[in-house]
Design a protein around this ligand. Sequence first.
Ligand code: HEC
Length: 151
Amino acid sequence: MKSILFSAAIAAMSLTAAPVIANEAAMAARHGEMRLLAHSLGVLGGMAKGQIEYDKLRAEVAADTLVAVTSIDQSMLWPEGTETGTMEGSSAKPEIWGDKADFTAKWEDLHKAAQTMKTAAGEGQQAIGAAMGDVGGACSACHKVYRVSKN
Ligand code: HEC
């Protein structure tokens, strides 16, 4: 009897715990992709400013990473219940779930800017600088609306 109750308690616990764990995994995954974007953008930004010496291969790897990350389908990474205030560590504003189409469109905008950067990366420091505005602009266009500012 005791063990039946115990199993029932475990089963009930895992029923409630499973979605929470899945949500935390989704949040960790999207934080990871954002950090990959920031890392690559940092390399390209450094080259544009002349703080990092231009290196064609390195620039192309960074731009390829931007293209690859923005090719990832976002539909599994933003489950409901992972907004700021509900999930610890989340800076995702609830507005994301109010307008998923706009959120996805802003991700697409970044993908397009990343493709332009991919071409620029092979051309040199000046071309990277010229392509920087659209990439950085696409990051902040989304952050402005959908990410809690930490300032
Ligand atoms: C379509 C929207 C969107 C775009 C485009 C976007 N981000 Fe984000 N970003 C977010 C949201 C929303 C969060 C908060 C996510 C959370 O806390 O769960 C975030 C969080 C981050 C974080 C913090 C990650 C962490 O570990 O807390 C970094 C860094 C970041 N973004 C960098 C970038 C960079 C760099 C770009 C452009 C190259 C970019 N993002 C483009 C929506 C976007």
